[in-house]
Design a protein around this ligand. Structure first.
Ligand code: NAD
Length: 354
């Protein structure tokens, strides 16, 4: 049944990790190691079923392959999920045991933080494996990925603006920002400094308050964000926010934001092209955090001068070039941007495999 469900995909290896003594049930998926070790965070989630956990880890690991490849990193894509409620099922021993499984993979899989896991959990995993990155607060760590993600989204947006309006900055444009969480917190600073006007929304009043204390932006209701007059619509909350109900309402010429899996289905990307809008493919524009953590691996404090913030952020800035290339090719070939991004990744992997 598992092989049947993945027969059309190029998944390399799926590892089921089990230890009843520490109540560990985890799945590690290595989607691709063609370009390098499979990198991707470890998620802990109270999945309704094992099938749901498997579906999630497969989907997420494939996403990591695409995100690394479009960013031209020498990394493949992987992911791990631990089945359990992160609020009540965490124990040090469980994470240590998970670390032993990661160690056994000999570096073909490198783990990191994801939804449901934190720096404390990662420290437990690290007791048993060195194949781990991004432990906030540790010497040589690349730290919180959100500022880097925001920096990448900002430069991706600028490329979209250049492509659409011919301008080098976002000055005078209005951004509808859906979600005022960690990434938006840093993104707002860059947008305002560039002269943009922001209309934001969040379902969490605390997040709105945090932003309002620091910045001057207009706030609207979450269900009204699709209708506001704006130049850029920026999905920065959850996935699938661009769908058949919301796309007809969006008044922006550009869709560019941090959220993963922004399009509810591939057909929406074709509709975006038909409408003459610009869409910055999610995994290309939001790869800043991954690029940042790549620098932690490439410049380890042990053997080099260590992680360097400026060098990493200069690299993240190149997301602007990647987005430009995707937009240009989409225009030339009259193919939606999300398909162009997939094609670039698949071409890159095919070439490396040869
Ligand atoms: P976050 O959880 O800090 O922020 C998301 C915000 O969206 C929250 O404040 C939440 O209340 C709000 N929200 C949820 N549903 C909403 C809705 N319907 N309308 C308005 N607001 C809503 O997450 P984040 O780290 O800022 O990430 C934002 C998005 O970017 C996520 O999709 C995440 O997967 C993606 N992403 C983040 C990073 C990173 O470095 N943090 C990297 C790549 C991708």
């Amino acid at each position: 049944m598992i092989f049947e469900s993945i027969k059309n995909e190029a998944f390399e290896q799926i590892i089921f990790c089990h230890d009843s003594q520490v109540d560990l049930r985890a799945i590690v998926a290595l989607h691709s190691t063609v370009l390098g070790p499979a990198v991707g965070g470890c998620r802990m989630w109270n999945y309704a079923s094992e099938a749901e956990a498997l579906t999630d880890v497969l989907r997420l690991s494939k996403g990591m392959t695409y995100k690394a490849a479009i960013s031209e990193l020498n990394w493949g894509g992987g992911k791990a999920v631990i089945i359990g409620d992160p609020k009540i099922d965490k124990t040090e021993r469980k994470f240590e045991r998970f670390g032993e499984f990661v160690e056994r993979l000999g570096g073909h899989y490198i783990t990191a933080k994801d939804v449901g896991t934190n720096a404390e959990d990662l420290k437990c995993i690290k007791r048993k494996t060195s194949h781990i990155l991004g432990i906030e607060g540790e010497t040589g760590s690349s730290g919180d990925p959100s500022p880097a993600t925001a920096w990448g989204v900002f430069h991706g947006m600028r490329s979209c603006v250049k492509h659409t309006y011919g301008a080098n900055t976002i000055k005078g444009l209005t951004i509808a920002l859906q979600g005022l969480g960690s990434v938006s917190y840093y993104l707002i600073e860059h947008l305002l400094a560039d002269g943009a006007k922001i209309i934001g929304c969040d379902i969490d009043q605390e997040k709105i308050n945090r932003i309002a204390q620091k910045y001057h932006i207009e706030i609207t209701r979450p269900d009204s964000i699709y209708d506001v007059a704006c130049d850029i619509f920026s999905p920065s909350a959850l996935g699938a926010s661009i769908n058949e109900n919301t796309l007809p309402r969006i008044r922006a010429k550009v869709i560019a934001g941090a959220a993963n899996n922004q399009l509810s289905m591939s057909e929406i990307g074709y509709e975006i092209l038909r409408k003459g809008l610009i869409y910055a493919p999610d995994y290309a524009i939001n790869a800043g955090g991954l690029i940042n953590i790549y620098h932690e691996k490439m410049f380890p404090a042990k053997f080099s001068e260590g992680y360097n913030h400026k060098r990493a952020f200069d690299h993240v800035e190149r997301i602007g070039i990647t987005i430009s290339e995707i937009l240009d090719r989409s225009k030339r070939e009259k193919i939606p941007t999300h398909k162009i991004a997939d094609t670039i990744v698949e071409e890159r992997i095919k070439k490396a495999r040869k």
